[in-house]
Design a binder for this molecule. Structure first.
Ligand SMILES: [Fe+2]
Length: 307
């Protein structure tokens, strides 16, 4: 009886072949029709050709047709043109131009993975064995899509679309900058930040633990140091470990683990955070290009030329 997952993203990029290659290196499995799959979430990223990089579509899973009905009524109350047919709806977010599709689908049940044993002071949990993280040698594969972050030229309006219209819940807020919103038990699935142009900031992909973040990013950078953006670190809001990399189109892609989960809404207290906490708890300082990607001026010029 609710929204329960971020199903998939459709991302437009100018060079399909090189971007597909990048996400294959990232650990997603290419299908035959432009989709890429995660281990647990299945088909979660579709790449399509567009003149400039952008988020084209975002797909949300709901439990039953009543959820579609409620969502349709909320979106129409915002004067939006909703295409609904019982167990599926489609609507365009008017500021960013991102299409949101919601449909009735099963919940994602991930296999239970016990946390690897970590030695702690006074607690040699591993006994006389080496750390599992150093013994792994298989390529890293993300388990599921976690979240997407977009910039909007009218952040409050785009945020209202996702909260009042689609029905996402707010987990934490940085006033005037962003709201962390969820359509699942994850701390955030969608984040909209104020920006001088509408653009896709990053997509984020769950891996098992901090060692998988390190192993994945190290493998991605081995022959392509230019892919590095920011990491390793731990976010303050959401708590997750992170490492951000950049695809050939300029979209950031994040490996994450240990994100806060909100399994009981009543037990979570959304907080209002200041800018000092909005980015990270520890790690190297973010490069200026993380806040303002290098191609932002070009994207703005392109947006102004668009009909
Ligand atoms: Fe993120």
């Amino acid at each position: 009886m609710a929204l329960h997952r971020l199903n998939s993203l459709t991302v437009g990029v100018p060079d399909l072949a090189s971007t597909m290659e990048y996400y294959r290196d990232f650990g997603l499995r290419p299908e035959t029709d432009g989709w890429l799959s995660t281990l647990d979430g299945g088909r979660q990223l579709r790449l399509v050709a567009t003149p400039t990089r952008r988020l084209v579509e975002l797909e949300i899973g709901v439990d039953d047709p009543d959820d579609i009905g409620r969502m349709t009524r909320r979106l129409r109350a915002l004067d939006l043109d909703v295409n609904a047919d019982g167990d599926r709806l489609s609507v365009l977010e008017p500021i960013s131009g991102v299409r949101v599709v919601a449909w009735v689908t099963g919940r994602l049940v991930q296999p239970h993975l016990p946390a690897p044993p970590y030695n702690a002071p006074g607690d040699p949990a591993r006994g006389s064995t080496r750390a599992p993280g150093i013994l792994r040698d298989t390529p890293v594969r993300p388990r599921k899509l976690g979240h997407v972050v977009i910039g909007s030229v009218d952040q409050p309006a785009t945020e209202r679309f996702f909260t009042d219209g689609v029905g996402l819940k707010v987990s934490d807020v940085v006033p005037g900058t962003a709201a962390f919103m969820r359509c699942s038990n994850d701390h955030h699935n969608v984040l909209v930040s104020q920006a001088p142009v509408n653009f896709l900031h990053h997509t984020s992909w769950q891996v098992d633990d901090i060692d998988e973040i390190g192993r994945g990013a190290t493998a991605m950078l081995r022959e392509h140091p230019e892919r590095h953006v920011w990491g390793l670190g731990r976010h303050h809001i959401g708590s997750n470990f992170f490492w951000y990399l950049k695809d050939p189109a300029g979209n950031f892609a994040e490996y994450y683990s240990d994100l806060d989960c909100i399994v009981d809404d009543a037990l979570w207290k959304p907080e209002v955070w200041d800018a000092a906490h909005s980015l990270y708890s520890w790690g190297p300082p973010p490069p200026p290009s993380f806040i303002e990607p290098d191609d932002l001026a070009a994207l703005m010029a392109g947006a102004h030329q668009a009909p």
